[in-house]
Write a protein that binds this ligand. Structure first.
Ligand code: NAD
Length: 492
């Protein structure tokens, strides 16, 4: 299966050409080279995929959990063996640096490792003699066919927030990857194939909105996991729920970091620089607004401007590059437009990354780190998810005011504080209205054995991805109450 040209779907253990008539070019964001074409499949492709997943379900569900996870052990091993190749593919289609891509593959593997604990994690509970001679047990059973719809910024890791848990729990799974970065998952699917996973347990269908709508409407799809922007998350949550499905939607973000004057300024600067500009700011946990308190206004501002200015921007496959391009030309134009609006609204440009050119890669979607100072809370630049390498600086007189500023955001994905004061840190942890909190940590990404939380418009649903929430999401609870009167038993 060549990873170029028109990409096939993977249905019922076979590579199939999509019947799509429209295709989207997949471009390397650093070079603008077209590396593949995504078929924009729809109803017919989704129907075939769901049919295959539904047919595979009864036998897969009966496969003992410890046998199901053997495929995951094999997959982990294959990922370790092909680690570098997978990381390179991520860089080529997404643009992040090789170091960042390696971290993505590692976090992906971590989710497989956690899902290998399903024989223990999936256990129910029981109580004898809930009434005299009557026992009660709770059993977890898989749901059936489940699907995930994923974004461009983590082509490999985000699908694995769901896939390993779903299939280890006994469900059959359909992935609809981002049409902008479908290439890595093609290679991953070849490796899944090598594990000998039975046909129809994992399936992949390529497409955009029509494919998503077909999944949302198909009566045999029991659950939908989504990661992407908030407007799409809201749409998917509403339509999927209205169709009676279990839905979890992780949406967009606008993450704040609060810097107190007593923070270790060197460490804080380094971490915030990585958090704001790593992956070119295209992380749902990227720091987008730094709220400096008191005299941190001066000390942090000078330090972060120096750190950001020193970052080497370029093609992520090249040595020493610390920040890659943004995903598309449209994205670059949108981000530059938001910076311009910020300055019109009174912000001062401390560092201007617009118009960046990288030698030998003039066609790439490059921006350099940008820092806007004196940003007024509640202006567009302060409230909008930019999803690019732009950090806004806002100033507050004390921790209370800093928490008030971040609490105004419609989003609640993540928030961090940098301080050496335990009481301030505890107050922040207690009061900050966000689902992932960092204390002297920039990108507070939960390990796979914890839920990837997220509040407000950053998450719709009840159960999050990863960890124990994943088991809850991918299973139904069955409660059995049993009576076996002694007199019914034959005497032996
Ligand atoms: P996106 O919302 O444009 O696309 C995500 C997925 O939804 C894709 O598979 C796409 O095909 C599908 N889609 C797009 N428009 C649709 C529509 N109108 N109807 C139905 N389906 C549609 O997101 P993106 O640009 O790929 O990813 C970036 C966004 O994802 C950012 O907002 C980022 O914050 C968010 N994100 C959130 C998390 C999190 O954990 N909360 C993690 C990663 C990314």
């Amino acid at each position: 299966m060549p990873i170029n040209g028109q990409l096939p779907d993977y249905i019922n253990g076979q590579w199939r050409h999509s019947g799509a008539t429209e295709f989207l070019d997949v471009c390397n964001p650093a070079t603008a080279e077209v590396i593949a074409q995504t078929p924009l499949g729809g109803l017919a492709e989704v129907n075939a995929t769901v049919e295959a997943a539904a047919a595979a379900y009864p036998e897969w569900r009966r496969t003992p959990p410890q046998d199901r996870i053997q495929y995951l052990f094999k997959l982990k091993q294959l990922f370790e063996t092909h680690f570098e190749e997978l990381a390179q593919l991520i860089t080529i289609e997404n643009g992040k640096t090789l170091v960042e891509s390696r971290a993505e593959v590692r976090r992906c593997i971590e989710n497989i490792e956690v899902a290998c604990g399903i024989p223990t994690m999936m256990q129910g509970y029981n109580l004898e003699d809930v009434a005299r001679g009557i026992d009660e047990i709770m059993i977890r059973q898989p749901l059936g066919v489940v699907a995930a719809i994923t974004p461009f910024n983590f082509p490999m890791m985000v699908p694995f927030w769901f896939l390993p848990y779903a299939i280890a729990c006994g469900n059959t799974f359909i992935l609809k990857p981002s049409e902008r970065v479908p290439v890595t998952m093609q290679r991953v699917t070849e490796l899944i194939e090598q594990t000998g996973l039975p046909a129809g347990v994992f399936n992949m269908v390529n497409g955009g909105k029509p494919a998503v709508d077909a999944l949302l409407d198909h009566p045999n799809v029991r659950a939908i996991s989504f990661v992407g922007s908030t407007p799409v998350a809201k749409y998917i949550y509403a339509r999927g729920s209205a169709n009676g499905k279990r839905v979890q939607c992780q949406g967009g973000a606008k993450n704040h970091v609060v810097v107190l004057p007593d923070a270790d300024m060197e460490m804080t600067t380094q971490i915030v620089s990585d958090s704001a500009f790593g992956c070119a700011g295209q992380r749902c946990l990227a720091v987008s607004v730094a709220v400096t308190v008191g005299e941190a206004k001066q000390t942090f501002r000078d330090a972060i401007a120096n750190a950001a200015a020193s970052l080497k921007v370029g093609y992520g496959l090249e040595d020493g590059v610390q920040m890659g391009p943004v995903i598309t030309r449209e994205s670059k134009t949108r981000i530059e437009g938001l910076i311009a609006k910020g300055t019109s609204a009174g912000a001062t440009v401390l560092l201007d990354g617009r118009g960046a050119k990288v030698a030998n890669h003039e066609a790439g979607n490059f921006l350099k780190p940008t820092i806007l100072d004196n940003v007024t809370p509640s202006t567009e630049i302060a409230d909008t998810e930019i999803f690019g390498p732009v950090l806004s600086l806002v100033h507050a007189n004390d921790v209370d005011e800093a928490i008030e500023i971040l609490a105004r955001s419609q989003y609640g994905n993540a928030a961090s504080i940098f301080t050496s004061n335990g009481a301030a840190a505890r107050k922040f942890r207690y009061e900050a209205p966000a689902g992932n909190i960092g204390v002297n940590i920039g990108v507070a990404a939960p390990m796979a054995y914890f839920p990837f939380s997220g509040w407000k418009d950053s998450f719709m649903g009840v159960l999050h991805g990863q960890g124990r929430d994943a088991i809850e999401f991918y299973t139904d609870k069955k409660v059995v109450v049993e009576r076996w009167p002694k007199e019914w038993s034959r005497k032996f």
